[in-house]
Design a protein around this ligand. Sequence first.
Ligand SMILES: Cc1cc2nc3c(=O)[nH]c(=O)nc-3n(C[C@H](O)[C@H](O)[C@H](O)COP(=O)(O)OP(=O)(O)OC[C@H]3O[C@@H](n4cnc5c(N)ncnc54)[C@H](O)[C@@H]3O)c2cc1C
Length: 279
Amino acid sequence: MEASTGTAFQSEPTLEMAAEIETRLQLNPDYTKRIGNFGFLELEESWGDEATIINTARISTTNKRVNSLDAFTDKERTLLHYLLAHNHGTPFETVHFRFRVVAPIFVLRQWMRHRICSFNEFSQRYRMPITAFYVPDQEARTVDGFEVLSQESVERYCELVESMHRFYHDEYQQVCTRIEAAEQAGLVEKTAGSRNPYRARARELLRNAMPVSTYSDLYWTINFRALMNFFELRRKANAQYEIRAYADAAYEMFCKKMPLLGETMNRVLEERAKMGEQA
Ligand SMILES: Cc1cc2nc3c(=O)[nH]c(=O)nc-3n(C[C@H](O)[C@H](O)[C@H](O)COP(=O)(O)OP(=O)(O)OC[C@H]3O[C@@H](n4cnc5c(N)ncnc54)[C@H](O)[C@@H]3O)c2cc1C
């Protein structure tokens, strides 16, 4: 699948990002995925595994360690399920994951409601915005076979969003020209690169004109306990289609990395759902 930025107009960070996504897809094919027209998800790193959870939990009882998942017997598998099903939460906080997420700002706004995790995001203060923006495809704009947004609406939406990106670009060029003239006239001090306070202030103000469909780029670091909560909330049918696509992709990568923990989590979620139905 080819990435599409939604616009012919591309900033430097957009071109860099497109090239980087391409490289990561080649280097880490099992743990990367394109999402939507320009989105991307990668499970870059994880720390700990099912054995870490068992060993952490056992410090309070037998302190009998298992060296790895290969040493698991039914006893460890039963304990893993017991701990998760009975909300013995802290051993599950010892396993961590770091994902790279390229997603529209409106998706990241929902994502950032999850507080028990860490984010490090691309800065529109230090850099020009990524000019790629979200364009809903046929599936995204269709509900139960009914096309909610027509192709013509999407085309008008693209024109509007592109005009905002152009506004940013044109205004910023003008600001830079004025700053250079002032520097040459000795009216302001010349400062190199992203630290130039005049350019930085212009970027701080102009980014307010960037719509929430603009793509951003971040690192998301989260422990398993909070990740399970994220899956439970964001993979549900009532979660918005776009964040669900990322949650499903993260879930697939997680299950590939830790199949036993994935199976145990699914069992516990099914048991909880059954109890909910009976209540
Ligand atoms: C379908 C859907 C619709 C939503 N709609 C809206 C909406 O209209 N408006 C809106 O504002 N939000 C909305 N949300 C966001 C939602 O309310 C949560 O903020 C978000 O899903 C994060 O969940 P969380 O708090 O469990 O996760 P985290 O913030 O990661 O917290 C994980 C867990 O830690 C504990 N915790 C974290 N912080 C605290 C705290 N301060 N006090 C006590 N315990 C804490 C809780 O047990 C929590 O479940 C929606 C979410 C979904 C999935």
